[in-house]
Design a protein around this ligand. Sequence first.
Ligand SMILES: [Fe+2]
Ligand SMILES: [Fe+2]
Length: 136
Amino acid sequence: MHPGLLYWEDRYLLGVSSIDEQHQRIFGLTHNLQVALYQGSSDSTLSILLKSLIIYTANHFAHEEALLSFYKFENSQEHLGDHLRFLQTAQQLLTQTGECKTSAVQMGEIIADWASAHILEFDQKIAAFLRGHGLR
Ligand SMILES: [Fe+2]
Ligand SMILES: [Fe+2]
């Protein structure tokens, strides 16, 4: 058992099922990436896992942003900014060709930080707002 492995915890549940399911999937993809890394998987395997994690996360952000715009959430700039920061960092990691191991390690760390900071701070707020609009 590696200490850095990311596991889902129910304290991240926000009460809006589509968002919660996507967050759980992001944790799962990150976990798979970390396991592949610790098992010494090839660069091409790591690269595929890394890309699918980034693509899935980008789609998740688009989902949240669509909900925010549909329900006219005010002051979403900071939230969107945090999404953008994540994607820019992820993109940077992807372009470090031939350094999949470094990228995968960093990606695991970024997601772990993002999970506590972004979900518990930003997503928490929008989930409360969306629940106020009857979303579950
Ligand atoms: Fe989220
Ligand atoms: Fe978010």
